[in-house]
Unconditional design. Structure first.
Length: 94
């Protein structure tokens, strides 16, 4: 059974991330690609929280008028990547 890290963003979105991401080279490549190019955020989020979690996050971020803000999605992703692991490390600095 895979160990999950549970977290909640400042806006109240609850999520689970596989603890193995701390040592996952593919994850680091996705983070690096996004940092270098500014592209790949959807793939990175899906890799972190899965397709179901990604859909839930989009609905959480969607405004009542149906608009889905890029800035809000970025903010939520940054919050998720700041979740603290056992030793106090976060995903951004793993």
């Amino acid at each position: 059974m895979e160990e999950k890290i549970k977290g909640e963003t400042a806006s109240g979105f609850k999520f689970e991330i596989n603890k193995r991401l701390m040592d996952d080279y593919d994850f680091i490549e996705k983070v690096n690609n996004m940092a270098e190019t500014g592209l790949g955020m959807p793939d990175l989020i899906k890799y972190m929280i899965g397709d179901e979690g990604y859909g839930a996050l989009k609905e959480h971020c969607r405004r009542k008028d149906g608009f889905l803000s890029l800035k809000r999605m970025q903010h939520e992703m940054n919050d998720m990547m700041s979740v603290k692991i056992d030793d106090g490390t976060d995903l951004k600095n793993s």
